[in-house]
Write a protein of this length. Structure first.
Lengths: 201, 258
């Protein structure tokens, strides 16, 4: 994936008068995106294969999920992705205070998402649907759980992003964009998980 | 290079450790997959009688394979030493190298040695109650697969060191491969809860996908350690680039030098 931007303003990126094309952030981070996507794809293939074999049991399990909670999760995370994208735009333009506010909004959305997930897990556990219940719930708890591990690492990454934005001596646009790439990846995985667990019935 | 010059090559100890690392991982694969056939793992849902049959069917392989591990398994220390050396070569604090060394040395006890001891006991005491054999079987596979999480912090320490390093000892993408490896090690933890299915100790997610990632990760770091040795200049600054292998470049360099 490439992006196009001009180095306008007093941003961290060089204020080149010409338009440059480059991969956002550290190119090595895209290795993580591709490799982790392959791993998640393999999990999704296993899920879909087993779902096709035990469709009734999976449908029965899925019927206990609340679709609007999943939609809300998705909206919150998409908002977080929008906020981190705004943060990058502000950082490129040299507006670091606005970039910091956008990054804080990203983190806040992440916390709301995590809280919603905990509410959803608690509700299901109270209904007797745990990690080992039936055919569907092991996948549900596994996929949402491993995604939340990625999200928790995302908070560390956002902390690094905020540190970069707040410290003019250590500021690096590449690092800021690398952090944002990680956060977008977490969001991307959630959209796929949401589609598979909540929507495909 | 003359024989004498080769013998006095200061890198020889590093090469010795690297070849020992290759020997260890080759031994590991051969013993676990071919000789003892403990990988892919046995079925988690086996009854005590089936477990007794499982031990009997692999009697010689288990004895020969784990005897080899008990004699040569210590070679794993060379891999650990080489990785620790590579972290020491970075511009980061030595605390990273020592943390990695201690963590992996301790983690190897449940993650590697428990299965060898449990399976050897089961093989050497075939007359015991099948329920006891089943307990040893569970202990072996659960400790081997279920404790993968103990390696997680080690991978994260290595990842952080690579990301902070200014000497360019490893490429940054390898730091992210460490993260991928750490995240798949978390995935094995549910095997404690399941007796069957994709998350059990022999499951598609908990074992097959995990072992593919681990295989890629191991092959990659062995290759990258080789590159580190090739590039090593025994200094403290950035590691120089690897020497070019193509003969045309070498000839050009020799002509330029003369």
């Amino acid at each position: 994936m490439t992006t196009t931007h001009t180095g306008a303003g007093a941003g961290i990126a060089a204020a080149s008068p010409t338009t440059t094309r480059h991969v956002p952030g550290q190119p090595d981070m895209w290795f993580f995106v591709v490799f982790e996507s392959l791993i998640f794809t393999s999990y999704f293939c296993v899920y879909l294969f087993n779902r096709a074999r035990h469709e009734t049991a999976f449908l029965q399990g899925q019927s206990h999920l609340v679709l609007w909670l999943g939609v809300l999760d998705t909206v919150v995370l998409l908002t977080s992705s929008w906020a981190v994208a705004r943060s990058i735009q502000h950082a490129r333009a040299g507006h670091h205070e606005a970039a910091t506010r956008a990054a804080l909004l990203t983190a806040a959305c992440g916390v709301v998402f995590l809280a919603l997930k905990i509410v959803e897990w608690t509700r299901l556990i109270h209904m007797g649907k745990t990690f080992t219940s039936g055919a569907f719930f092991p996948y549900y708890f596994f996929l949402t759980g491993i995604h939340c591990v990625h999200l928790l690492i995302g908070f560390v990454v956002l902390g690094l992003l905020l540190k970069q934005l707040s410290d003019p001596r250590r500021r690096s646009q590449e690092t800021v964009e690398t952090c944002a790439t990680y956060w977008h990846t977490v969001d991307f995985f959630w959209v796929l998980i949401f589609a598979l667990l909540y929507v495909v019935r | 290079m003359t024989r004498r010059a080769r013998w006095t090559d200061p890198k020889r100890e590093l090469w010795l450790a690297w070849y020992a690392t290759v020997a260890f991982y080759s031994l590991y694969a051969v013993v676990f997959f071919l000789v003892t056939r403990t990988q892919p793992p046995g079925k988690p849902w086996y009854t005590p009688e089936q477990v007794a049959g499982w031990f009997a069917g692999r009697h010689t392989g288990l004895l020969v394979g784990f005897a080899l591990i008990f004699v040569l398994g210590g070679l794993s220390a060379t891999a650990l030493a080489l990785i620790t050396y590579s972290i020491r070569r970075m511009s980061v604090s030595r605390a990273f190298a020592y943390s990695y060394l201690i963590l992996y040395a301790i983690a190897a006890v449940p993650g590697f040695l428990f299965i060898c001891v449990a399976m050897t006991v089961g093989t050497m005491r075939p007359g015991r109650d099948p329920a006891v054999l089943r307990w040893l079987y569970d202990l072996g596979f659960l400790s081997f697969s279920g404790t993968m999480g103990v390696f997680l912090l080690g991978s994260l320490i290595w990842m952080t060191a690579i990301l902070l390093d200014r000497n360019g000892v490893f490429p940054k993408w390898f730091a992210y491969l460490n993260l991928c490896n750490a995240l798949t090690e978390v995935v094995v933890a549910p095997s404690w809860l399941f007796h069957g299915g994709v998350l059990a100790w022999n499951g598609t997610i908990a074992w097959w996908i995990n072992v593919v990632v681990f295989g890629i990760y191991t092959g990659t770091f062995i290759h990258l350690l080789r590159q580190v040795i090739l590039r090593e200049d025994f200094g403290t600054g950035p590691l120089p680039a690897a020497p070019r292998r193509d003969s045309a470049h070498r000839v050009l360099e020799e002509v330029m030098a003369s």
